[in-house]
Design a protein around this ligand. Sequence first.
Ligand code: 13P
Length: 341
Amino acid sequence: MDLTELNGIATAMVASGKGILAADESSGTIKKRFDAIGVESTEENRRDYREMLFRSKEAMSQYISGVILYDETIWQDAKDGTPLVRLIEQSGAIPGIKVDEGTQALPMCPGETVTAGLDKLAERLKKYYERGARFAKWRAVIDIGSGIPSMTAISVNAHALARYAALCQAAQIVPIVEPEVLMDGDHDIDRCYEVTQRVLNKTFQELRVQRVALEGMVLKPNMAISGKKCARQASVEEVAEKTIRLLKACVPAAVPGIAFLSGGQSDEEATAHLNAMHKLGPLPWGLTFSYGRALQAAPQKAWSGKAENVAAGQRAFSHRARMNGLASKGEWQSSLEKKAA
Ligand code: 13P
């Protein structure tokens, strides 16, 4: 393992003013997104859509540091035969790959899951590296509900995250470690805080036990935020203040960067929260976005599967990427949203 190189990649992934595009929706998830805009989820449509994003010059060259791909996409070519991975590299962004294989029911723990995909991971990482991937992602999912999460679910998911991270570093790939505490329930922000704290503490304990070099990884956490169905929705300032307090308590300064998931927040909420956190600096790590939905909802709608809408889709993507790029420096203002095309 060359830790200097891993640290350089991790640092570039969270460079100020830039963030990560999570375009790694599984076949099932992208079908849901396409259903919502009336587009059939064929291999060609998925390629055309992602090619549109990766060819968005302004967004990709100025505001996107890296792109997380799904297995299908990393092997796909653009319409003109150029591998999609090369399009990403040519824009100056770093290609990455989702390597987990989704969640499975966790035995003895009703309603809870553990993430699969460790079998043969070392071999798969080797092939992804050869294709150009320089970082990877593994998502663990922790749900909050009555009597959950159990310590069992937290523990097995943290263990798997650390197993994955160590395998990545041995393959000279930067692991994005993503323990996502879902915002689906009716719990309040303080319960989210408390659960996320337990999850992060256990995750870093496992990372240490399994000798993962913190300097060569990126953390992708949820924010401390109210559950979607909670009657009291915390303000932007409260989310920012509690999230920074939580991360400072749990994430060692050796970690080069933290890149949030959006997890179901609206586009503008996700941007406003990141921006507000940067008002609370200086911070010990790079702090940016690794959004899926909050970057793609607008371009998906603008594109709607029609070739004549590609330019509009790219404009919508570039706008959201720029807004989040500004938020990653604390320079975003809501008035900038209204000036959008
Ligand atoms: P969202 O921003 O839509 O939560 O997606 C990010 C991601 O990669 C989840 O694994």
